[in-house]
Ligand binder design. Structure first.
Ligand code: APR
Length: 310
């Protein structure tokens, strides 16, 4: 199975590394516009093969899409990351142009690939890729919700002083500091609602920390994060390539589900061969429904900015 990762920067390289380290694919192609950059990253990673004991072949490419031909999955990370104080939405102009061009190139060589969008603002970039590619909607998936959910579970585990692996929780809605919706009511510690262990104030703080999880790291690192985004992409790619049918919150095209149409937004969805399969309705309460509608309004406004930006 072959995966191509477009953009060999912090997120793209970490994603390629995680895919190889976990032996998810037989071949990973890393492509970047910077001369020799992807080749260098690929060679460095290949030199970990005997140490980390994987057999995945990792190939670097400077903008040669021929090397990405016949990929089963293509991950688009190419784009500008946030700087401290920036919102993901502020990246729209520059990243929209990049994602548009990259999507066209990718599909010339891998017409059957499932496309995973990581570049921000991710909900709008997913919508752009869907419109630009005219692919069946199931083959376009925005990754953000898996990352946001991993952050949510991390903050919950810290508040509970528990193992993150014993926590379940999802973040739906947009992948923005003000648009994401941590589903606190449904989060559990080994199946027991977390509200039985944490007071309302503590839960509110976990949700608030989750929502600004990316911005917190950007202010610490000077650029946006990469370890958790890379690992989140690897989990998504694993479920696609190995037809695991995992249930992940991902950004997908809605056609009436969750009360929304003509928009890509984060909802729980099963992921397998050929992309996303089924949107799962988790029966939101009135407050959650209102938050989802508000999130959709904000993302729709951003999508409307798109035509002016590209
Ligand atoms: N084609 C291929 N690669 C490109 C293109 C292009 N048209 N334009 C930019 N790139 C490459 C850059 O050369 C750079 O190596 O994309 C890479 C981006 O890497 P970083 O600057 O390290 O950014 P990163 O932190 O990886 O974030 C990438 O993911 O999480 C999101 O908000 C983040 O939108 C950003 C994206």
């Amino acid at each position: 199975m072959k995966v191509s990762v477009i953009g060999a920067g912090n997120v793209g390289a970490t994603c390629a590394d995680a895919i190889a380290f976990r032996s998810i694919a037989s071949e990973v192609v890393l492509l970047d516009i910077r001369e020799n950059f992807a080749e260098g990253k690929a060679l460095d990673m290949m030199q970990t093969a005997t140490l980390n004991q994987f057999n995945t072949k990792i190939v670097g490419s400077t903008n040669d899409y021929g090397k990405t031909a016949n990929s089963d999955v293509v991950v688009i990370t190419s784009g500008v990351p946030r700087k401290p104080g920036m919102t993901r939405e502020e990246l729209i102009g520059i990243n929209a142009g990049i994602v548009k061009g990259v999507t066209d190139n990718v599909l010339k060589h891998s017409p059957n690939a499932v496309i995973v969008i990581v570049a921000n603002p991710m909900d709008t970039m997913t919508y752009l890729a869907l419109k630009e590619s005219k692919l069946p909607k199931n083959r376009i998936i925005g990754m953000g919700g898996i990352l946001d959910s991993a952050r949510f579970k991390c903050y919950l585990s810290m508040a509970l002083n528990a193992s993150a692996n014993d926590i379940e929780g999802m973040v739906i809605g947009g992948h923005g500091d003000t648009t994401m919706i941590p589903l606190t009511r449904m989060a559990s510690y080994k199946g027991v609602p977390v509200s039985q262990f944490l007071a309302a104030d503590a839960l509110k703080k976990v949700a608030a920390d989750t929502m600004i999880g990316g911005a917190t790291l950007t202010s610490m690192l000077g650029t946006s994060a990469w370890y958790a985004p890379g690992a989140a992409v690897a989990s998504l790619v694993d479920s696609i390539l190995n037809d695991q049918k995992r249930l992940f919150p991902c950004c997908v095209a809605l056609d009436g589900e969750y009360g929304q149409k003509d928009i890509c937004l984060g909802v729980p969805v099963t992921i397998g061969k050929n992309g996303w399969k089924k949107i799962v309705d988790v029966n939101l309460n009135d407050d959650e429904k209102a938050a989802f509608a508000k999130s959709a309004d904000a993302v729709r406004n951003m999508n409307n900015v798109l035509s002016a930006a590209v």
